[in-house]
Ligand binder design. Structure first.
Ligand SMILES: *Cc1c(COP(=O)(O)O)cnc(C)c1O
Length: 330
């Protein structure tokens, strides 16, 4: 069955839905990173986004495109934190019932944040994949819900999610029309697919670079293999990048193949250094998953030529005790 393609037009349509739930985030010139690299390096501050990450964009676009019947029945999703928080936030504002299934490794402060936004949180499964199976079972248990089946809201592998995240690409084109390089955190690939589609549509010569952590880079290993693969889940500072891409991935794997030019991996030490750098030098709070782009640049892993670079700082929901210990260790 041919699948629906995500198009630039979908991203423009998404911009309207997204603007009701999320705001346009600032693009800040980083003096420090510009000096370090000799390029003009800008930070796209999605850490200042509603709910603390860009995930609210995709969630808004997905939930606002549900049918009335689907809205009445409610949604279920699986998340290591930020997607769940975003779905909970949008659902609460739309009066939709939301259930979030989280794997056991999720950070407690993220669970608390979702509960405070009115979501029912179920902790199930040793990995993201196991949690997902649980969520799919819930979505399929029609009989249990008088209003009908719950709608499963994937964190990345859905056209509405990809188009929602792609609105960051539209903003980048307006904020930095001469952009030549975009550096984007990469996990399931919704973020980089959407931004990549928007930027490459505007100018195919813009270089799109995806960055993952060394500990469990499922998309990067899948690209190497030429098909989606599974990896054991490992603990990492970039907890919001944990999880698989789905062995039956429908959209993001192919889109990453198409729109991402290069991928890079960063170590735990490099992520830690980037979080501390962001706090000390840029005065911004960035979580591990949101810091991988800064980490790659600080570590000198991004090769030029480049003049106008945007790093997507994708989230700010750092565990404060983690930040404190990183600061103490220097
Ligand atoms: C989800 C997330 C990502 C990765 O997005 P994908 O669409 O899964 O690639 C990056 N950073 C943060 C902070 C996230 O929450």
């Amino acid at each position: 069955m041919p699948l629906q393609e995500v198009t630039l037009q979908d991203i423009f349509v998404a911009a309207k839905a997204v603007s009701s739930m999320a705001h346009r985030t600032p693009l800040m010139l980083s003096q420090g990173l510009s000096k370090e690299t000799g390029a003009n390096v800008y930070l796209k501050l999605e850490n200042t986004q509603q709910t603390g990450s860009f995930k609210v964009r995709g969630a808004a676009n997905r939930l606002l495109h549900l049918t009335q019947q689907e809205m009445n029945a409610g949604v279920v999703t699986v998340s290591t934190g930020n997607h769940g928080k975003a779905v909970a936030y949008v659902a609460q504002r739309l009066g939709i019932r939301a259930t979030v299934v989280v794997p056991e490794l999720v950070l407690p402060h993220k669970v608390e944040a979702m509960r405070q936004l009115g979501a029912e949180v179920i902790i199930a499964g040793a990995s993201q994949d196991e949690a997902e199976l649980h969520a799919i079972e819930m979505a399929q248990a029609d009989g249990a819900h008088p209003e009908g089946a719950l709608t499963m809201v994937s964190p990345f592998d859905h056209p509405d999610i990809v188009a929602g995240q792609g609105t960051i690409g539209l903003e980048l084109m307006e904020q930095l029309p001469e952009i030549d390089t975009a550096i984007i955190p990469l996990s399931g690939g919704g973020l980089a697919s959407g931004i990549g589609l928007a930027l490459k549509s505007a100018n195919p010569r813009i270089r799109v670079i995806g960055v993952s952590m060394e500990r469990g880079p499922v998309m990067v290993e899948s690209l190497k293999a030429g098909h989606p693969v599974q990896l054991p889940e490992e603990r990492t500072l970039a907890d919001s990048l944990m999880g698989g891409i789905g062995l039956d991935n429908h959209y993001t794997f192919r889109m990453i193949q198409q729109y991402v030019d290069d991928t890079l991996l960063v170590s735990e030490e490099e992520i830690a250094a980037a979080m501390v750098y962001a706090l000390r030098s840029e005065r911004i709070v960035v979580e591990g998953g949101g810091a991988v782009g800064i980490a790659a640049v600080l570590a000198g892993k991004v090769a030029g030529p480049w003049r106008k670079v945007a790093i997507v700082v994708s989230g700010g929901n750092a565990d404060l005790s983690v930040l404190e210990s990183l600061l103490r260790l220097g």
